[in-house]
Design a protein around this ligand. Structure first.
Ligand code: GAR
Length: 216
C-alpha cells in the first residue's frame, strides 16, 4: 500500500475527488495518509477531518524562505513515510530539496493545458483569466510529475475542455475542474500506486495491467 500525502492551500475540491475515489475503491494500492495545508483555516482541512484523515498545517509564513519551508516539509513527509506527494491546489513554489527526495513521486494538477498558461504567477483563477484574455477556444487540465522548474515536469495526463461564449474565470474554472481535474487526478494517483507510470526522460508511459504501454 502506498502512503499518499495531499498538500493543499484552499478549498480542496481536488482533495475531495481523491477522498471520494479512494472510498469508491478506485485507488486500490494507495491510502491518503495525511493532508498538509500551507496556511491555517482552509476548507480542505475540514474535508480531511470529515473523512477521518489526519490534517496538519505547515504555514509558509512561519519559515524564512522557500528553501527552509521545503526542507521542513520534506522532513515531515519522510517522518510520515510518504511514498507519493500530491499537490492539489497547493499554491507554494517549492525548491529542489523536495524533488530530490521524491523524484517522479510528486504529482501536481494544473488548470490549463501545459505548456500554455503555466509557470510562476499562473495559479488558481489567474490561469483562467489569462486563458480568457488570450481568447483560446479550448483549455483544460494537466496532471504532471513535479520537477525543480515550476509546471515543467513530465506530463502524465491532459484533458481539453471547451471555452464557451460568456465564460467568466469562475465558470471556466468550474468546468475544467468538473470535466478534467477531478477525473484525471485520481486516475493518475491510482496508476502511480499500481506502478503503472513509467517515466522515460520527459515522456510518461502508461502501462496496462500486464505491463504493456497503453493510453489513458
Ligand atoms: C485547482 O483548479 C488547481 O488546479 C489549481 O488551483 C485550484 C485548487 O482548487 N492549482 C493551481 O493553479 C496550481 N498551479 P481546490 O483547492 O478546490 O482543489
Amino acid at each position: 500500500m502506498k502512503r499518499i500525502a495531499v498538500l493543499v492551500s484552499g478549498g480542496g475540491t481536488n482533495l475531495q475527488a481523491l477522498i471520494d475515489a479512494e472510498r469508491r475503491g478506485e485507488i486500490p494500492n494507495g491510502t491518503i495518509a495525511a493532508v498538509i495545508a500551507s496556511k491555517p483555516g482552509v476548507y480542505a482541512l475540514e474535508r480531511a477531518a470529515a473523512a477521518g484523515i489526519p490534517g496538519e498545517v505547515m504555514a509558509r509564513r512561519d519559515y524564512e524562505n522557500s528553501q527552509a519551508y521545503t526542507i521542513a516539509l520534506r522532513d515531515r513527509l519522510q517522518a510520515l513515510h510518504i511514498d507519493l506527494v500530491v499537490l492539489a491546489g497547493f499554491m507554494i513554489i517549492l525548491t529542489s530539496e523536495l524533488t530530490d527526495a521524491y523524484p517522479n513521486a510528486i504529482v501536481n494538477v494544473h488548470p490549463a493545458l501545459i505548456p500554455s498558461f503555466c509557470g510562476p504567477g499562473f495559479y488558481g483563477l489567474r490561469v483562467h483569466e489569462a486563458a480568457l484574455a488570450y481568447g483560446v477556444k479550448v483549455s483544460g487540465a494537466t496532471v504532471h510529475f513535479v520537477s525543480p522548474d515550476c509546471d515543467a515536469g513530465p506530463v502524465i495526463a491532459q484533458k481539453a475542455v471547451p471555452v464557451l461564449e460568456g465564460d467568466t474565470p469562475e465558470t471556466l474554472q468550474r468546468r475544467i475542474m468538473e470535466q478534467a481535474e477531478w477525473i484525471l487526478l485520481p486516475r493518475a494517483v491510482a496508476l502511480f500506486c499500481q506502478d503503472r507510470l513509467q517515466v522515460e526522460g520527459r515522456i510518461v508511459h502508461i502501462l496496462d495491467e500486464s505491463g504493456r504501454r497503453t493510453d489513458l
